[in-house]
Write a protein that binds this ligand. Structure first.
Ligand code: GDD
Ligand code: MN
Length: 357
């Protein structure tokens, strides 16, 4: 079997026949051996129609579930019960054009691990959502792309239309909350090449969208869960939190030295900064890069590297502050941008150099 087309359905009685016909027509010219697997949670007459379709066309199959467990788990069940070398997931309501299937299959056969039709690359369009949904969808995508590294370069990481080589799923422990199964695949899948191709997301003719506020909340929960399960993202956030804790340590130390021990201001400030650096180092060594432990003997060289990296970070921040004052914009703003840039620098270099082995 070359290809399995997985289609989750919930109350799509007016769409399943049309989409089946259009898929069959589109796939005819490819001459490939494929199956269409509907994973249905409907409470309307959809399962009866699917039953008739499956009797009429040998390539159509369906699973009807009665305990209504939602879109994400429906797709995972489709992955498990299908047999194709390649898999394409799409919606039933014709918002995802079946005419694109041959091209997706071709690109997968040419060796791409993941093919994502995108509304947001050149040539694509997003006609299928109203202005409000577009704004919500844009915000959701930005949150996803900022939070999760593996989604950063994907313009349409929240869509329900994508193709993959079945090997991508090997050892991927998929456990989606809600709808965004593509994000699960992007974070947990085992792939090297991802490509996006343009498509036009058209508006729904029949039936209605099942998107809801609850689903949008699920999306945020899902992002949080993915961040926690993805080692590279989790490390970055722990690093940032430790950085923030360093500010508190710094200020607390300053208070002790100046107000309690009555030391000079300059001396207190420098000691406070060094204490914060030391505390950041220890926390990063025990938490952020805890997997990279290799005995106490390496602590001194590691700390030296950490100091070098942090010092360059201070220079980077200073450059931004200086730049801001040259441009006559607020130095606080310059310093803030500088801190963000320095944090990215510090994390990256500490990750590949200080805690490299
Ligand atoms: N099995 C099953 N169970 N299928 C479901 C369920 C469910 O609980 N809920 C929805 N579906 C099916 C619908 O029948 C449809 O085929 C597909 O999932 C998408 O649902 P829509 O209700 O059409 O969602 P949408 O158009 O608002 O949003 C879709 O398109 C967006 C843009 O690509 C979704 O795919 C979004 O995730 C996507 O961002
Ligand atoms: Mn839809």
């Amino acid at each position: 079997m070359d290809l399995s087309i997985i289609i989750p359905t919930f109350n799509e009685k007016d769409n399943v026949t049309t989409i089946s016909n259009r898929i069959i027509q589109a796939m005819e010219k490819t001459g490939s051996n494929y199956e269409i697997l509907f994973v249905d949670d409907s409470k309307d007459e959809t399962p009866q129609i699917l039953d008739e379709l499956s009797k009429k066309f040998s390539q159509i199959k369906y699973i009807h579930r009665t305990n209504g467990r939602g879109l994400g788990t429906a797709v995972v069940e489709g992955f498990d019960k299908s047999r194709g070398t390649y898999i394409i997931v799409m919606d039933a309501d014709l918002q995802h054009p079946p005419e694109l299937l041959p091209l997706i299959l071709q690109r997968l056969q040419e060796g791409s691990d993941l093919i994502i039709p995108s509304r947001f690359v050149e040539g694509g369009s997003d006609g299928g959502l109203n202005a409000f949904r577009k704004l919500v969808s844009w915000t959701a995508r930005m949150i996803g792309r900022v939070s999760i590294k593996r989604m950063r370069n994907i313009t349409d990481c929240t869509g329900g239309f994508f193709g993959l080589n079945r090997n991508v799923l090997i050892n991927a422990d998929l456990d989606p909350i809600g709808w965004k199964i593509l994000m699960e695949v992007l974070v947990k899948g085992n792939y090297k090449t991802v490509h996006e191709i343009p498509y036009s997301f058209v508006s729904r003719d029949a039936g209605e969208s099942k998107m809801s506020g609850k689903e949008q909340l699920n999306y945020l929960r899902h992002i949080l869960k993915l961040v926690c399960s993805s080692e590279e993202d989790r490390k970055f956030y722990i690093f940032c939190l430790i950085g923030l804790s360093g500010v508190l340590v710094n200020l607390a130390m300053l208070f002790i030295l100046v107000d309690i021990l009555h030391l000079g201001h300059l001396r207190s400030s420098i000691i406070a900064s060094f204490t914060a650096m030391l505390s950041n180092f220890i926390l990063n060594d025990t938490l952020t890069w805890k997997m990279k432990k290799d005995g106490a003997s390496s602590l001194i060289p590691k700390f030296s590297k950490f100091v070098v990296v942090s010092s360059v970070g201070i220079i980077i921040t200073a450059l931004f502050a200086q730049f801001a004052s040259w441009l006559k914009i607020s130095i606080v703003f310059g310093q803030m941008i500088g801190i963000v840039a320095a944090t990215l620098w510090n994390f990256k270099i500490n990750n590949i150099w200080t805690w490299s082995n």
